[in-house]
Design a protein around this ligand. Structure first.
Ligand SMILES: NC(=O)c1ccc[n+]([C@@H]2O[C@H](COP(=O)([O-])OP(=O)(O)OC[C@H]3O[C@@H](n4cnc5c(N)ncnc54)[C@H](OP(=O)(O)O)[C@@H]3O)[C@@H](O)[C@H]2O)c1
Length: 313
């Protein structure tokens, strides 16, 4: 698969990565055996970058991903994150960061975290103090590259002044364009973009259901794209996108991922799936090339992204 550089510090990953949030939160019941098979199939298909966080099952997601990748440790890079509390508050106090990272190393079963992220800004802790702690782990060989997520251009600039930041992880998809406002600072500082929820949390997958159609533990039903007043308009957008995808012999998921790859050379989408078939479908998007006419048509179909705002989880 095509390789992409993220940041100026040497991080290189497959053009399409893998996000493991759904293995332990957000999208309802998961089967660990199926999730591990999906993760390992991604490796077989050339995916080399895998994403997790303390938040995804409070250590359970890291354990699952670490176990799945243990046989391939030298072939892959793993990113994990600290910063959310169980009440969906923020905690990036230095002592807490150290506790979480030390636990992440154990949960993942690794000596070094390849990409260490602050998951979300903590307004109570200056970003300089946060990055100083992250840099301690780089100095100790326990983290290799640093990243930020869900934060502002100003924080990115202040963080980068303390220690080079290689990656910004932000929501980015045909439905969610807000992160494009960060392009100038990312260009200025040479920071790569890991695109999270690249399939709009499944809305751009061809398998979307009405908000009340998901099972227990699935957090999507309450999200604005699924709200009754927005759902049909968003479905109409996906129908037009699917028509374009079909004309290119592709699926909606593949078109959505190829769109991200075509937007910038340093974007790496991390679609999440707990199925080997869907991982294969998503990974094959790396071979789908969109023309300028395709990109223009997508812009015409969804000029403002999805209808309704994005959520943060
Ligand atoms: N930094 C942050 O704050 C943040 C926030 C959200 C997410 N993330 C990261 O980004 C990753 C991806 O985001 P995400 O999981 O929210 O959303 P996503 O990748 O946009 O969509 C995932 C959903 O789409 C389904 N899906 C995936 N491929 C499909 C296909 N080819 N056909 C049909 N359905 C498909 C998945 O179901 P199945 O599993 O059943 O296939 C799952 O329900 C996460 O796993 C996480 O690592 C980070």
């Amino acid at each position: 698969m095509e390789q992409r550089s993220l940041g100026r510090q040497g991080l290189t990953t497959s053009a399409i990565g893998y996000g493991s949030m759904g293995t332990k939160m957000a999208y309802g019941h998961s089967d660990d055996t199926a999730s591990i098979a999906a993760i390992r199939h991604a490796v077989e298909l050339g995916v080399t970058h895998f994403d997790t966080a303390e938040l995804y099952g409070w250590g359970e997601g890291e354990k699952l991903l670490g176990a799945a990748l243990a046989p391939f440790r030298d072939k892959v890079t793993i990113g994990t994150k600290f910063g959310w509390t169980k009440e969906f508050g923020f905690n990036s106090r230095p002592d807490h960061i150290r506790e979480v990272i030390d636990a992440s190393l154990v949960n993942l079963g690794v000596e070094t975290i390849d990409v260490l992220y602050q998951h979300v800004d903590d307004p109570a802790v200056p970003i300089e103090d946060v990055v100083e702690v992250m840099a301690e782990y780089v100095a100790a060989g326990k983290a290799k590259y640093l990243g930020l997520s869900n934060t502002s251009a100003e924080n990115i600039r202040r963080a980068h002044a303390v220690h080079p930041i290689s990656v910004m992880q932000a929501e980015y998809s045909i439905f969610s364009r807000e992160s494009e406002a960060l392009f100038p600072v990312l260009d200025e500082l040479g920071i790569g973009l890991v695109a999270y929820s690249p399939l709009a949390r499944g809305f751009l997958s061809g398998a979307v259901k009405p908000g009340d159609g998901y099972g227990d533990g699935d957090m999507r039903g309450a999200a604005p794209w699924w709200a009754p007043e927005n759902f049909d308009a968003n479905i109409a957008i996906t129908e037009q996108l699917t028509e374009l995808a079909t004309s290119k012999g592709a699926t909606l998921s593949q078109l959505s991922l190829a769109w991200l790859l075509a937007r910038r050379e340093d974007v790496v989408p991390i679609p999440g799936s707990r199925s080997t078939e869907r991982v294969a479908q998503n990974t094959a998007a790396a071979d789908l090339k969109l023309t300028e006419a395709d990109m223009a048509r997508i812009q015409e179909i969804a000029p403002d992204g999805g209808i309704g705002g994005r959520v943060t989880f």
